[in-house]
Write a protein that binds this ligand. Structure first.
Ligand code: FMN
Length: 283
């Protein structure tokens, strides 16, 4: 697959809003040239889950936002053109309740001007509750990737976003790469519960060691497969930990909710070399 894999710093799905919310904090370049993963887009609009959707816990957040999004048509008419005008390299995260929905999303997005790539979301912490296709096994994930890849031009990347589950992640990465994924994003929010027992996903610094272990295992087993680290990236040391473990890029999620300048600082710190010493980070 000759598609360019994004990086080294990307905005994680759902954490940069529509882009407009992030732009004022994106530094002198704004969103220009930034690899921006959209919130997950579904064919039909989704209003998201009932509140409260986010709770702060030690080391991170538990969320159950439920993938709120305006649906594909509205996204194509409003959010995508704005992001493209802002200069972002737009990677559209897609989520569906059937294989056919994933394929349909990929087909229609392949024709939309400015879509730099797709990220297939098959690692949501609670897909049953969210009404998404249940992806329990690596071959399920590979099936979704194959359905998307068939509909999307091979010169543009299709990423797949997997759960940071160390017992399955290498198998998942291998199957998805064989099915045509250009790179594997590891991982997503970790299945967790709110203090009142409702299901949600844990994200932020608390999940970084879990995702880092998964990234290291995937890289060790499949050194030829580009891996993108996602989970708890908030500063240069947490980003370089992933790069040192073999990741080609990192995605920044929860940190943006605490400090939306995080991506701008990391972009500056990781340019021009991929591994500057930690002391070079600007405060
Ligand atoms: C508020 C919120 C919304 C999110 N929305 C999405 C989404 O739409 N699609 C998706 O694939 N991941 C979504 N995620 C997961 C993040 O992209 C990321 O994978 C996860 O939070 C781990 O990274 P982090 O610790 O840097 O946040 C969301 C996370 C949060 C906290």
């Amino acid at each position: 697959m000759s598609a360019r894999v994004p990086g080294p710093v990307m905005v994680a799905a759902g954490c940069g809003g529509t882009g407009r919310e992030l732009e004022p904090y994106a530094g002198p370049e704004g969103l220009d040239g930034l690899d921006f993963v959209t919130r997950s887009i579904t064919l039909d609009p989704r209003s998201g889950g009932p509140g409260p959707r986010i709770a702060e816990v030690p080391g991170g957040l538990v969320n159950a936002v439920g993938l709120p999004n305006p649906g594909l048509e509205h996204f194509l008419a409003t959010e995508l053109p704005w992001l493209v005008r802002a200069g972002a390299r737009v990677v559209v995260s897609v989520a569906g309740s059937t294989l056919g929905e994933y394929a349909d999303l990929a087909r229609r997005l392949s024709r939309a001007p400015g879509v730099a790539g797709l990220e297939v979301n098959v690692g949501a912490p609670d897909e049953d509750g969210a009404g998404l296709l249940a992806v329990r096994e690596p071959f399920h994930a590979a099936g979704v990737v194959a359905a998307v890849r068939r509909e999307f031009p091979t010169d543009r990347p299709v990423l797949v976003k997997l759960r940071p589950d160390v017992s399955r992640v290498v198998e998942g990465a291998r199957s998805c790469h064989e099915a045509g994924a250009s790179a594997v994003v590891v991982g997503n929010a970790v299945p967790a519960a709110f203090p009142d027992g409702r299901s949600g996903g844990l994200s932020g610094p608390a999940v970084a060691p879990v995702a880092l272990r998964c990234v290291a295992e995937v890289h060790r087993a499949l050194p030829g497969v580009p891996v993108i680290g996602c989970g708890g990236v908030r500063d240069l040391p947490s980003a370089t930990a992933y790069l040192d473990a073999g990741a080609t890029a990192v995605q920044v999620g929860t940190a943006l909710l605490h400090d939306p300048t995080t991506v701008a600082r990391l972009r500056a710190a990781l340019r021009p070399t991929a591994h500057p010493p930690a002391a070079e980070e600007t405060p």
